[in-house]
Design a protein around this ligand. Structure first.
Ligand code: G6P
Length: 467
């Protein structure tokens, strides 16, 4: 279960229904798993006030959940993306707290829980995903105590000093504690969660185990990190296709064959540090360290949450910065920033990754950042340099990247210059180590490890006499 289904509903010009791949890392990670399983995916089809019967798409059974236009505003744009999203990302933008949004969050979580409760077979495993559905584990346990319930949080879990702002902080923790296993991206996220449980409920925690009192005595809930990944082999397979390699050459030529192509790929989100990246690049052009004849920055900013105020303001801010920089530095033959407010099919993204000498991931806070892993998976040629923010979960694993603090603009500038000048032997050595990480822990290994822990926990619990 996740708020966003792998496909979004769209209407063709002739009025017929169309389904398009949904944005974001969650779908990228879960789609291959669900294609390989015979379960069903419960989620929202990306459009308000429309009901759809369950259907099959790209080898996945889909159970759509309806949201009204008001719920889209209060549950999705409001509580999920204007309260929880900024709060969980270190309050980079100020979270808004509205009681009507909370009521809508409760109501929509209940609908999701009811839908899953009626669809799940006896004793089935239900895996709930992400911050939009944190109340579902408890609701589901109450309706269906026979189920094995896992939850995975794709975004960070903040330190207590930040989390404590949330007026509904106890209800959310209680909702999550309805699960048997709660997964996080980083060790620090799981630690923050357990600390919040201790502070707000006083429950005993031992390592990754939390004792949660219930009518029968107590249950053991596990809170542990499981860093998510991608289907690395499928990205490499695309990168090996001659037509995609030809497209990468074409992209290079169309950009005027600059010495270095740098690439940024993000949803247009204030957590991604796109402005910091543009500022660093602009200063390098200004002080003459770089010139547009030698270096081009390609920035793909895919549209996201376009009716939320902070995102509207961010788009204006980024596009003003891009326009200014291009006005100041572009020439007729060379554009400083090739900016694209679009989502592209995976084939085009792989061609862009192949064409990019330097990949810039400058997130101010990010649960994992799968773009970093996609870039690495694609570079079977052992070339390319990854510049990676230490505030992205991926930095815990991808230590052979050039790690940066995106707030330190001089540091980002130095990292860019170092990436551009890095000798081939060092590039290859680093990329090899990065590739080993990404291929050893691909998304299949990630889900297997989560589901193994969930099942083993159930076996242990079954053996405990007071259960
Ligand atoms: C991130 C979140 C996902 C979300 C995706 C796209 O990856 O972790 O839960 O689906 O962004 O955002 P959207 O609001 O369009 O679903």
């Amino acid at each position: 279960m996740s708020n966003r289904l792998p496909v979004d509903h769209e209407v063709n010009p002739d009025g017929s229904d169309a389904w398009r791949t949904s944005p974001g890392g969650l779908v990228t990670a879960l789609e291959p798993l669900m294609q390989a399983s015979d379960g069903a995916w419960v989620g929202w089809p990306g459009v308000a006030d429309r009901s759809f019967d369950p259907f099959e798409k790209n080898g996945i059974s889909i159970i759509p959940v309806r949201l009204s236009a008001l719920e889209l505003e209060q549950f999705y744009e409001g509580f999920s993306n204007d309260t929880l999203w900024p709060l969980y990302h270190d309050v980079i933008a100020p979270p808004s707290y509205h009681r009507e949004w909370w009521d809508s969050y409760v109501a929509v979580n209940r609908r999701f829980a009811e839908r899953a409760a009626s669809a799940a077979a006896p004793g089935a495993t239900v895996w709930v995903h992400d911050y939009q559905l944190q109340l579902v584990p408890r609701m589901l346990r109450e309706a269906r105590p026979d189920l094995l319930i896992g939850f995975f949080n794709h975004i960070p879990f903040p330190p207590y000093g930040i989390y404590a702002q949330l007026p509904w902080r106890k209800q959310i923790l209680d909702g999550l504690l309805g699960a048997d296993l709660i997964g996080f991206q980083r060790v620090a996220d799981a630690g923050n969660f357990s600390a919040a449980v201790r502070r707000l409920f006083g429950y005993t925690t031992r390592g990754v185990a939390i004792d949660v009192p219930d009518a029968a005595g107590s249950r053991h809930v596990i809170a542990k990190h499981f860093p998510i990944s991608i289907d690395a082999a499928s990205y490499e397979a695309l990168a090996r296709r001659p037509d995609i390699q030809e497209r990468a050459r074409q992209i290079r030529a169309d950009l005027g064959n600059p010495g270095t192509i740098m690439l940024g790929v993000d949803r247009l989100d204030y957590t991604k540090g796109i402005g910091h990246r543009i500022k660093a690049f602009g200063e390098l052009l200004e002080d003459g360290s770089l010139s547009v004849e030698d270096v081009t920055l390609v920035q793909v900013a895919s549209p996201s949450r376009e009716r939320v105020g902070t995102y509207i303001a961010l788009r204006d801010e980024i596009e003003l910065a891009v326009g200014r920089l291009n006005g100041d530095y572009s020439t007729i033959s060379h554009t400083a920033i090739s900016y694209h407010h679009h989502a592209y099919p995976r084939e085009e993204m792989v061609a862009l990754y192949l064409a990019a000498d330097v990949m810039l991931v400058t997130a101010l806070r990010d649960g994992m950042n799968l773009v970093a892993k996609e870039y690495v998976a694609v570079r079977f040629d052992g070339d390319g340099v990854l510049v990676l923010s230490e505030f992205a979960g991926a930095a815990d694993e991808l230590k052979q990247a050039i790690l940066i603090n995106p707030h330190d603009i001089d540091g980002v500038k130095a990292a860019i210059l170092r990436a551009i000048a890095m000798p081939r032997t060092e590039r290859t050595r680093r990329m090899r180590a990065l590739r080993r990480k990404v291929f050893d822990n691909d998304v299949a290994a990630w889900s297997a490890s989560f589901l193994r822990t969930l099942t083993e926990g159930a076996v242990v619990r079954a053996g405990v006499p007071d259960k």
